[in-house]
Ligand binder design. Sequence first.
Ligand code: SF4
Length: 217
Amino acid sequence: MPEERVTPYIWVSWLTKLMVGESMCEWAAWFKAWNESWSYKKMPSDFDSTTWKIHHTLLLNKVRSELESDGKTVFVENQNKFTLRGKLASLGGKPDLITTTAGFGTIYDVKTGNPSPAHHVQLMIYMYAIPRALKHYNGVRFEGKVIYEDHEFAISNSAVDTRFIDNLANLIRRIASHTPAKKVPSLIDCSFCNLTDSDCFEKIQGEIPESGCTKDF
Ligand code: SF4
């Protein structure tokens, strides 16, 4: 039986696909926010996730070395872990790398998969949260960089505007509500969701079907 938290705790990566419409099921984030992580079952991780972790670490170490060769002081993963406490919920995350110089900073996130708008949103949430959550970064103006294997994507500080913050706050309010968020089962969303059918009875399981064809167009 999952053990309910007193106040919801939301991990940044649970929000990113929802914010860009790559996932429509807010219930998964709602359930994870309200229940202690150790108290519910998760889908087993596979060999792909181990391979992903190895590739991610290799790329992260490469970027870190390059930044250090440029004379930058780099803070890495667990050094960057934050919890931002709001009235309704806490928001937690762990950016890959952070550098700062004289009131300006860059937050880096390293991605080995295909580029996605959800990656950009993840950095934008970090850019919003880090100066508020970690006292030593109060007042620092952050830009973001998503680092892929063959290119990088820069995000300016101005991207984290009132509209973005309102959207983020509205999503957090829905997930932090005592009223369960809407469940939207679909083969694609459920395939990428790590909850099991012990907690989500509507989970759809199976292979994603091959595309059909038509001669009409
Ligand atoms: S298993 Fe499917 S319906 Fe259930 S929470 Fe996950 S995505 Fe939503």
